[in-house]
Design a protein around this ligand. Sequence first.
Ligand SMILES: [Fe+2]
Ligand SMILES: [Fe+2]
Length: 375
Amino acid sequence: MIRTQDAHLHNFIKLVTTAATNVALYHLKHRQVLLLNKRALQALLLLFNIHGNITLKVVDEQLIFANKPVAKNLAIEKLIEWLTQNNISHLQLEPGVYAEELLGLVNNLSKTPDQKIEVKGSANIHYGHVEVRYKKPNTAQLAGLELDEITEHEAERFMEIYESVRDKKKLEMTGIHEIVNGFVEAFGTQSDALMALAPLRSMDEYTYTHSTNICMLNLAQAKVLGIEGQLLNNIGVAAMLHDVGKMFISPEILCKAGKLDEEEWQIMQQHPRLGAEYLLDTPGVPRLAVVTAYEHHMRYDNSGYPTTTRPRKQHICSHMTAISDTYDAMRTHRVYEKAMDIDQIISIMLDLAGTTLHPQLTYSFLQVLSELDKK
Ligand SMILES: [Fe+2]
Ligand SMILES: [Fe+2]
């Protein structure tokens, strides 16, 4: 019984904290948040079957449930940190909690202390406040590399690096390597890293969010194939830089809200070549990044661009990048397009497998997505 109860509790806390991370990145009513909230409620109901009331206490940086310390993982630590930072000694949940109410908890969890929100209880969720001084999380906890923290922290840095490309300065590879190392590390410690994929927003943010999305999707694909070490990092770096050639395309074309005309389309199609040439000239860029920048729109059947006279055997990283790119384009949206739902995306990708996209890699990618959906 204890084991089942532990599993339900861990599952519940994992789901509410992941939902909270997603609120910080998207918004409270985002599909992903609502889905995670619904699953959290299901886990909570299973817990209510065993316990009438659920009280979670924090004592000496330990989460206590049913008079026993709860085994720590990232989600538990995140909850402990949040409760501590908000001076909450215990969190009580009573049977009867409904989805909207639980979403209130998720919303509270998504706030950081500097947002200074007042944590208020509701009909079946109560917070016990204590007067303790705010204790700063130690550096070891901060080094735990939560994905949303990396995103926030590195976004500015990445834009500086990319903007220097636009100003025809040399690319600062150390920064790119650091960002990718952060992602690789986050993947090692946080199984839900993919859930934190960022949606597309303004143009500058787009460059960053698109590159990081492709980076995470490529890393996920590479990891299921058992790729580790330097190659894994290089695949991440190649993903971050795959569209660097777009920095040489005018914003009028890049950000055009409607369809591109023939001339504009011709210019747009130059970005793989421009990117590869630029990267070739940059010291410290892995060869794989040059190849990926050049090949990522070639398509599996070589029907894309740049065009080739002879059939070309593309690198696996170019195929992965094309898959991640196709997926990201469909799941994120610009103002003038609506994001597609996941079933629609899967069916389109299955149609493209074998022509535009590498078939086996596409199946393995869709497998990763469905695994994620089960969590
Ligand atoms: Fe591209
Ligand atoms: Fe792209």
